[in-house]
Every structure is written in structure tokens, then in C-alpha cells.
Ligand binder design. Structure first.
Ligand code: SF4
Length: 296
């Protein structure tokens, strides 16, 4: 039988007994370490990261986007393509200045003042993301917003990262950075079922929110409140914990409802969520399924 290690954690599946099949539930801190070995590297002292593409989208009123490779969660509703699950065969390495130049070029052509690093988990390579933020900071007049989208695992485990991000994303100083922190769950079992993580890691995003608050960072929290994934009880628990950090953190929540993107449909069907996918596969799901890489 194929042995799983953190390098081969793809997406969660339910076994015949209705339980998650190994290697799930998994340890997101170990997955951070193993994914870093694939998507981050240092060449001649420059911190490189894998990306698949650079483009502009309409969210945030129009924003240039760098689509990074690799995440330390395995959300069942994740819309990211297969680069999340097979990071070793997707993307190319870019230096911070290459990422910056690509984003600036998109901004110039599309007449935008906003940019972000998104796609997977941008904080997996902290030196790389901080180097990009430094370049943005040096040219701050060209931006009115630079967004880092994160699930908070790295910020919650590596305490000084929140302070480093706050240098570029400050609540008080004149900076253009902003952190969008996603909190996926507030109760152990739903957290595990949504993210694929062991329940004991439930607290990390809340710790990240506390660190960001304490560091004076400009941030807000996004919560999946879609009732197909989050009960009223769980939502109330999340909001109470955010309110304990500060009432403004609770008040600033962005409520997320989920669209059934192609790769999400495959992942959701694998954990038996036909209530969301429907019984029949539509063309979007078939397309994503055909493009799924095969393990040996
Ligand atoms: S944190 Fe975001 S990118 Fe990572 S698995 Fe969840 S939805 Fe996908």
C-alpha cells in the first residue's frame, strides 16, 4: 500500500465507514514544513516562491493578483486548482522583484491601484512575502491597497510574523498593506470536516487574529457563514471569540458564501457532500476531474 507522508497529502476522502481516510485528519504545521520544501527556495540569498499565474480580477474593485502555489489546509470547499494538492508539478519559481514587476505591469495596463498575493497560502514563505511587501512599501504612492490573504496557520505558530506584517500593514501608520484572515471553523468536528486538519489545530487562526491585533496590524477576518458548512452555533462561537479579541474585529467580519467552483465540486463529492454537488456531475466538475494529476 502507498505510504503517505505530508508531501502526498492531496484532498480529503471519506472511506466506506464514513470516516476520513488516512492521512486525514492531518497536521497543518507539519504540512507547512513539507510544502515549504516544495514551493519555497533560496538562490543566491534571494527568497523564491512558486506561482502559477498573474492576472487581474474584479474583486476589491479591481485587483492585480499573484496566484501562489501550495497550502497547509485542505478545505473541502476550496476553489483553488490542483496546484494546491500537487504543488510539486505546478508553477514556477519567482523572486520577490519578479512578482512585484508582474503585478505592477498588470496594474499599469489595467489602470489599477490594488494588488494581492492569493491562490493558496501566501505566508508559507515568510521572507519572500515580506520582501514583496518591502518593494510595495518603497513605491507606496502607486498603491491604495495591497492584500495578503491567509488562513493564519503560519501567523499563529510563528509569533514574530504578525509584527513583521504590521510594518507594512499597520492600523495606525500610513501603509497600504492589509491582511485578510480566513477563519474556517469554531468547533472541533466541523473545523476538521471543513479543513481536513486535526481538531487540536482549531485555535491557530484565533491566535493569529490575537497576534495581528496586538501587533497593530491592519486586518479583517473572513468567516464562511454559508449554512451548508457552518451552523448558527459554530458561527456564534467564532464571533464570540473574535469579540473577545476586540469588538471591532467582530464588527469587521466579512461573511463568505461559497460558489461551487469546478475543483470544489470534486473535493466536496469526495467527502460525500452530494447535498452541495448534486448527484450528477456537471461539465465544470467533469472538466476538473479530467485535469486531476494521477499519483503513481
Ligand atoms: S485555506 Fe484557502 S487555499 Fe487553503 S485549502 Fe482552504 S480554501 Fe483552499
Amino acid at each position: 500500500m502507498k505510504q503517505h507522508d505530508e508531501r502526498t497529502i492531496r484532498f480529503a476522502k471519506l472511506g466506506p465507514d464514513g470516516e476520513l481516510e488516512p492521512p486525514f485528519p492531518m497536521d497543518p504545521v507539519k504540512l507547512t514544513e513539507s510544502t515549504r520544501k516544495i514551493v519555497c527556495k533560496v538562490v543566491d540569498g534571494i527568497h523564491l516562491r512558486k506561482y502559477t499565474r498573474f492576472y487581474a480580477v474584479g474583486v476589491y474593485g479591481g485587483i492585480a493578483t499573484a496566484y501562489s502555489v501550495g497550502c497547509n489546509y485542505r478545505c473541502t470547499f476550496c476553489w483553488v486548482d490542483w496546484s494546491r494538492d500537487w504543488p510539486e508539478i505546478h508553477g514556477s519559481f519567482y523572486s520577490p522583484s519578479q512578482v512585484y514587476s508582474n503585478l505592477r505591469e498588470i496594474m499599469r495596463v489595467q489602470n489599477l491601484k490594488r494588488a494581492r498575493v492569493s491562490g493558496a497560502e501566501p505566508t508559507l514563505c515568510p521572507e519572500h512575502i515580506c520582501d514583496i511587501l518591502e518593494l510595495v512599501h518603497q513605491d507606496a504612492d502607486l498603491f491604495d491597497l495591497f492584500v495578503i490573504e491567509t488562513n493564519g496557520v503560519v501567523i499563529g505558530t510563528e509569533e514574530n510574523l504578525a509584527s513583521r506584517l504590521a510594518q507594512y500593514a499597520s492600523r495606525d501608520a500610513d501603509t497600504v498593506g492589509h491582511v485578510r484572515l480566513s477563519i474556517r471553523g469554531g468547533l472541533p468536528d466541523p473545523f476538521m470536516n471543513k479543513t481536513g486538519c486535526c481538531p487540536e489545530f482549531l485555535n491557530l487562526p484565533f491566535i493569529a487574529a490575537q497576534y495581528l491585533w496586538d501587533a497593530g496590524a491592519s486586518f479583517h477576518v473572513a468567516v464562511v457563514v454559508d449554512p451548508r458548512f457552518t451552523s448558527e452555533e459554530e458561527k456564534a462561537t467564532i464571533y464570540e471569540r473574535l469579540n473577545d479579541i476586540h469588538s471591532s474585529v467582530r464588527r469587521g467580519v466579512e461573511e463568505e458564501f461559497l460558489d461551487p467552483y469546478p475543483h470544489a465540486l470534486v473535493r466536496l463529492r469526495a467527502v460525500g457532500r452530494e447535498d452541495v454537488t448534486g448527484r450528477e456531475m456537471n461539465n465544470k466538475e467533469l472538466y476538473a476531474r479530467r485535469r486531476m494529476p494521477k499519483d503513481e
